[in-house]
Write a protein that binds this ligand. Sequence first.
Ligand SMILES: NC(=O)c1ccc[n+]([C@@H]2O[C@H](COP(=O)([O-])OP(=O)(O)OC[C@H]3O[C@@H](n4cnc5c(N)ncnc54)[C@H](OP(=O)(O)O)[C@@H]3O)[C@@H](O)[C@H]2O)c1
Length: 268
Amino acid sequence: MASIALVTGASSGLGREFVRRIDAGDAGHVDEIWVVARRSDRLEALVRTCKTPVRPFCLDLTDPVSFDIIDAALAEEDADVALLVNNAGCGTFGPLALQEERDVSCMLSLLVRAPVEMIYRALPYMHAGSRILNVASVAAFMPQPGLAVYAAAKRFVLDLSRSLDTELGEVGIHSTAVCPKFMHTEFLDRPGDAETMETMSALIGFEGPDRVAAKALAAARAGRQLCIPSADMKAFYIASKVLPYRVAARLERALFDIVEPSATCPGA
Ligand SMILES: NC(=O)c1ccc[n+]([C@@H]2O[C@H](COP(=O)([O-])OP(=O)(O)OC[C@H]3O[C@@H](n4cnc5c(N)ncnc54)[C@H](OP(=O)(O)O)[C@@H]3O)[C@@H](O)[C@H]2O)c1
């Protein structure tokens, strides 16, 4: 029975860093890394560059059939899932009323449905010591006008992850939510976003996906529920817990208005 690490959104950015670090041993020993994304050329590159055998799954996780394909592969191998990383994501910025329906639908499918499906399909193949790592965001800490669906979806991921950790802790399986701030990845390449991101980064700053992946994997190994890699966002998290939303929203808006009157979100 092969022990596997299963990583979604492995073709770029944070997901690719997760794969590199798992390959380097940051998740302990695994026999195989299963990588999921739509771009097969990127997944094939991982097959060539990793020491650990990599099995690519060229799948669109907004298509429900994809979960059946993963399910079938797990059953066929009678796999032992040591680690599941729910990382695949997309996001669009701006008022909901101005967003394309397909972008909103993609966010809901990929950020909300896909992690639940992946966890549901992988759980029968997990054991005491297995880990689930869910990529949320600092946007999950409080409602985000201008990023409403994305932030609410990431809140879902955060709450799902924490509840599952409590549910599964008894059988020795832990679920960790990681909340990065901005990272320079293809996530921010979408047309129209670059200018806003540049302005926002003056205040928030970026963190490296390599460091986020390292911290998240260490937190998962330690069985921690929450991983906020950057110190300033830990402070933002505490503030979001103690301040009433109206006050926090006013403060947030005032801060962002110093940088750019139209900017309304503190992270992606
Ligand atoms: N970058 C940031 O500032 C930031 C901050 C906080 C949290 N995050 C979160 O971090 C995670 C990783 O994002 P990233 O920054 O590394 O962005 P990225 O470089 O754009 O990576 C996104 C990954 O998701 C995959 N993906 C997108 N749509 C998919 C679909 N329909 N089916 C399967 N895979 C799909 C992409 O692969 P294909 O295109 O090949 O399918 C890619 O591998 C996301 O959950 C994001 O919300 C990002």
